[in-house]
Design a protein around this ligand. Structure first.
Ligand code: ADP
Length: 424
């Protein structure tokens, strides 16, 4: 089918979040991890193609170069509208990479103007008078001020974006957005006639996002968080560019064995693991034992289980236990032995007939998808906001993968996930 929107995301879990919000439309969404190497047959494209890069904190030239390659692939695949996805907290360094990538995309797509709208009201991210809020706090007063890689010490999106781009950064503020689509379009045109190519747009509610999407869905380039992207599909449908009855995403039925693999030690994952461990057979991994003996015992345990029985293997531990392992092994090595062990366990589980995998942990998900060789995912039903089931083909077999970073989902996430797959 025709590719409606080619999307480039600056990290992996951001890409799955974007894909999940686009998939709420019921239209097909596909996610490719890294710049795709395969052929691009425009007839085999989904309505929405998302390319997940890992460039949020890369040097500017590397980020721009990766995004340029992703754009070239999407253009060859038939895209004529593009979306540049970054975090709803505008995570970026002083130099970029949000602005430099947007600037390159403007030039390469021939667009004269783009909007910046990271707002995600459902998750408490709103923009008012160009200032970004996390809940009721300014971004610069939220925990993001202490982020280890991208500390956000200013809340003014105009001040944050200005050093990242050439030219003036404009604002379409809430007063304009609240007046509706025609008023917003007029404001964008006025800014455009003043030569302003980069426009921050205020949004504090989903209604605002709908107004913004109505004013921008046919722009060659839109930039922002997943929430504004999630509003675009309805306008493509209203314009008759695609029909849900003809193109609704068909989902495979996956019946093979199931496993939960958890390498996340975040507070919510700890509750989820405790909840699920009380329901199914489980095995706990100890990083110190793994460093000394490798994952052989865990692999043996796995092979002895019935392939059909649901099971849980986890390294999830309380902060004091994590600290002990890190003091013994070093932080990097403690993380790596767990990621390597879970990767090998995932491969063995696949060989033993497992076809439904739930993975907890952002880094852990990256390690396991890579180990399984999953590079192209089709997006399925959403389990929790921003966490969809995905489907991929491995060795000719269709496999379902749910990839959850730390604090996503409710306490019953793991059972919720399998229930969702049954009812999809
Ligand atoms: P989250 O999404 O919750 O941040 P990640 O998978 O991104 O989870 O990061 C968790 C990191 O902690 C991974 O590198 C993982 O290998 C490591 N880890 C998991 N369990 C332990 C443990 N018991 N001790 C030390 N490190 C651990």
């Amino acid at each position: 089918m025709a590719l409606l929107l080619g999307c480039i995301a600056d990290d992996f879990t951001g890409a799955t979040d974007l894909a999940a919000l686009l998939a709420r439309s019921g239209l097909p969404v596909s996610l490719r991890i890294g710049i795709p190497q395969d052929r691009r047959d425009p007839n085999e494209m989904a309505a929405f193609e998302v390319i997940a890069l890992k460039c949020r904190t890369s040097p500017v030239d590397i980020a721009v170069n990766q995004a340029r390659q992703a754009l070239a692939w999407l253009k060859d695949a038939g895209a004529s509208r593009f979306f540049w996805k970054y975090c709803s907290t505008f995570d970026s360094t002083a130099e970029g990479n949000i602005g430099p990538v947007a600037e390159m995309l403007l030039i390469e797509t021939g667009a004269t103007q783009t909007i910046y709208c990271p707002a995600f009201p459902e998750n408490g991210r709103s923009i008012f008078m160009g200032h970004l809020f996390v809940g009721e706090q300014l971004l610069s007063e939220s925990p993001m001020k202490d982020h280890p890689l991208t500390p956000m010490r200013d809340s003014s999106l105009m001040r944050l974006l200005t050093p990242q781009v050439n030219g003036v950064v404009g604002l379409a503020n809430r007063n304009v957005v609240s007046k509706g689509t025609a008023a917003l379009k007029a404001r964008l045109e006025q800014l455009s006639s003043d030569g302003i190519r980069h426009v921050i747009v205020d949004a504090v509610s989903d209604d605002d996002l709908r107004t913004i999407a109505a004013a921008s869905f046919d722009m060659p380039l839109v930039t922002g968080g997943s929430a504004i992207a999630g509003q675009l599909p309805q306008f493509y449908m209203e314009q008759g560019l695609v029909s849900l009855s003809e193109h609704r995403q068909a989902l495979p039925k996956i019946t093979g064995g199931s496993i939960v693999l958890s390498g996340s030690c975040s507070a919510m994952t700890r509750k989820q693991v405790a909840n699920y461990a009380g329901k199914v057979t489980s095995l706990r991994l100890d990083p110190i034992a793994l460093a000394e003996e490798g994952p052989g015992t865990a692999l043996e345990w796995l092979r002895q289980q019935s392939p059909e029985a649901p099971k849980l293997i986890y390294a999830t531990a309380e902060p004091n236990e994590v600290r002990q392992a890190q003091e013994r092994l070093g932080q990097g090595k403690a993380g790596k032995v767990v990621e390597d062990a879970l990767s090998e366990i995932a491969r063995t589980a696949f060989d033993c007939g497992t076809r439904r995998f739930v993975v907890a942990g952002g880094e852990t998900s990256g390690a396991i998808t890579q180990a399984l060789g999953a590079a192209h995912l089709t997006i399925g039903p959403e389990i929790a906001p921003g966490v969809p089931w995905t489907f991929t083909t491995l060795g000719g077999e269709t496999v379902a993968l749910a990839l959850k970073s730390g604090n996503f989902g409710k306490e019953t996430f793991f059972t919720d996930a399998f229930d969702r797959l049954e009812t999809a």
